[in-house]
Design a protein around this ligand. Structure first.
Ligand code: AP5
Length: 192
């Protein structure tokens, strides 16, 4: 199963990807987590990305593509993956299409977690108190939501136009949302 999870900041991509990883037994590839690991390690890439991320802006397409190519070159992704946080603009969608073609791993589904903006803000505010992520400050959240609307929402339309989009209602308990995703991606049983 090769799955791409789409959704605004706070829509539950990371939360549901962690559950899907267990359910599908494929790795969870989160570009946000990969970047946060670089920041924590104070690598050159992390030092370059840190301020950009704290402001809630997007890290450069070139850095992201390099990171993704590196991650997909590892053998654990050969049996499938759940990709969370990428693509975030149309250029990344295009680059990912070429990358997956090149490694012979076509995407099965792009699952969009649909959550109203008021709830996104509420969820992120809750996490800001609990975890203190640098980009959960009110100002960075405003930037993240604006970038999402300007750059990432068109990616959702892109997959819709290509007939690959599955829309999942992302409001409800973690279990409810998980069940909806699993039902959405389950193969339709053959009749007869
Ligand atoms: P990234 O880590 O991808 O952050 P994000 O997209 O802003 O997403 P979040 O982690 O905030 O939300 P989520 O949808 O994963 O929700 P979560 O499950 O955590 O990216 C961070 C930064 O890295 C970017 O801003 C950018 O700078 C950089 N970056 C990453 N990818 C990039 C790319 N491709 N190109 C360029 N730059 C890139 O849930 C949120 C909260 O809600 C949690 O507290 C959770 O417990 C709660 N929650 C979840 N589901 C529910 C529910 N059903 N009910 C109640 N609460 C819920």
């Amino acid at each position: 199963m090769r799955l791409v999870l789409l959704g605004a900041p706070g829509s539950g991509k990371g939360t549901q990807a962690a559950r899907l990883k267990e359910h599908l037994q494929v790795p969870h590839v989160s570009t946000g987590d990969l970047l946060r690991a670089e920041v924590a390690a104070q690598s050159p890439l992390g030092l370059e990305a840190r301020e950009v991320m704290a402001r809630g802006e997007l890290v450069s397409d070139a850095i992201l593509l390099g990171m993704l190519e590196d991650r997909f070159s590892r053998p654990d992704t050969r049996g499938g993956f759940i990709l969370d946080g990428y693509p975030r603009n149309l250029a990344q969608a295009d680059a990912m299409g070429h990358l997956l073609d090149r490694i012979g791993q076509p995407m099965d589904h792009a699952v969009f977690l649909d959550v109203p903006t008021e709830l996104l803000v509420e969820r992120i505010a809750g996490r800001a108190q609990a975890e203190g992520r640098a980009d959960d400050s009110p100002e960075a959240v405003r930037t993240r939501l604006k970038i999402y609307n300007d750059s990432t929402a068109p990616v959702v339309d892109y997959y819709r136009q290509h007939g690959q989009l599955k829309v999942v209602h992302g409001v409800g308990s973690l279990d409810d949302v998980f069940t909806r995703i699993v039902e959405t991606i389950a193969p339709v049983p053959e009749v007869g």
